[in-house]
Design a protein around this ligand. Structure first.
Ligand code: ZN
Length: 375
């Protein structure tokens, strides 16, 4: 039923349209034309304007032909760099890869290609379906920025699927962490490094002393933290009066995230002040944790659909957030489904041609299960 040749062609067409984060307009226009040819219109929100990008999130509403739970399917339009001028290559081993020094962009265009194919399949075969909503977000790779701007109150969906995980198709992400962004700032005192260093308070050394006492890396099986970027000082011969460290903390467990963040903050402040400098720590909650129960409808439909088409179904947990974190946070149960993309965010990114078809067949089967769930 899935037209594999058309699907593969569409996938390649999509990855060859540049859409790095903040520059999704060309892809939006392409999708706008495709949906218009099918008599459907996209609704674009204000996310582009608010985030300084050239496109907003786009929503397509497909009125159902049968009763059943309204379903949202979500994928992101943006890609990471290097993601300009992508040329896809189909290799003899059945994988699609980038032909040049770029990523491929199967993250997340495999999902967009599969959803378009599913829509065409539903129409060509006159298959029944409940109300469907397709949401294509912007700037996901920048920290889920697009979906954070989206107004979820305008949706009908009572359950949702994000298609944006790298396990083999059939796997469902049932647990993902919450995350805090952390900024650690030290303010010291500048002085000439050679003439009167004793008048200065070195912010870089104060930061180093504090960092040496702080936990970093894996904390326990559910919890991690990191220092990822450091800035500070003004010149070689000036005692540094300023230093800033950008870090993060994540946990599958919200209480653990809170206590780890508190601990990091208090050690930092205590150590910096002991050194005679002053400290400031800014903690920003970036997205909530997701914990789904296998007995929830959103999981059951995906599991039944996977076994119906012979995909091995596994529940997996992940260390990263996705648009599913935001959608769940808005009260719509949402599972992130695995689509088989591999080595994402590298120039070795690849996806098996067969996995692209599996994803489309899985989505089609989920829609079928949803219709049957009320028969
Ligand atoms: Zn992604």
């Amino acid at each position: 039923m899935i037209n594999e040749e058309r699907l593969q062609k569409r996938f390649i067409e999509l990855v060859e349209i540049d859409s790095p984060s903040g520059h999704e307009a060309r892809l939006r226009d392409f999708l706008k034309d495709i949906w218009q040819q099918r008599g459907l219109f996209i609704e674009e929100d204000e996310a582009g304007r608010r985030l300084g990008g050239d496109s907003g999130n786009i929503l397509i509403r497909v009125p159902g032909t049968r009763p059943g739970p309204a379903i949202l399917f979500c994928a992101h339009m943006d890609t990471v760099e290097p993601g300009r001028g992508i040329k896809a290559r189909v290799d003899e081993d059945g994988y699609i890869r980038s032909a040049g020094e770029t990523i491929l962009g199967s993250d997340d265009k495999v999902a967009i290609a599969a959803l378009l194919e599913v829509y065409d399949c539903l129409q060509e075969n006159q298959l029944p379906y409940p109300d469907l909503e397709f949401l294509f977000t912007v700037s996901e790779e920048q920290g889920l920025l697009g979906s954070k701007e989206f107004d979820f109150s305008k949706l009908k969906a009572t359950l949702a699927y994000v298609l944006d995980d790298g396990h083999p198709p059939g796997s469902i992400v049932v647990r993902s962490p919450c995350q805090n962004g952390m900024e650690y700032i030290v303010k010291g005192q500048a002085a000439h490094a050679g003439m009167n260093p004793e008048k200065g308070v070195n912010a870089i050394q104060a930061a180093a002393a504090a960092l040496a006492k702080m936990p970093c890396g894996r904390i326990d099986e559910e919890t991690t933290c990191n220092f990822g970027l450091i800035q500070g000082g003004t010149a070689r011969n000036i005692v540094a009066d300023y230093c800033k460290i950008y870090g993060e903390a994540r946990s599958l467990n919200e209480k653990k995230l809170e206590s780890l963040s508190e601990k990091l903050k208090s050690i930092f402040i205590e150590e910096v002040e002991r050194y005679g400098a002053s400290a400031e720590v800014n903690v920003k909650f970036l997205y909530p944790a997701v914990t789904l129960d296998a007995s929830q409808e959103v999981c059951r439909l995906a599991q039944k659909a996977a076994s119906r088409i012979g995909l091995p179904c596994r529940e997996v947990s992940t260390g990263g957030g996705s648009d599913a974190s935001i959608i769940n946070g808005h009260g719509i149960p949402c599972a992130n489904l695995s689509v088989g993309m591999q080595e994402v965010h590298t120039c070795q990114e690849q996806i098996a041609v067969d996995d692209i078809s599996r994803v489309a067949r899985w989505i089609l089967a989920i829609i079928e299960e949803a219709v049957q769930s009320v028969d």
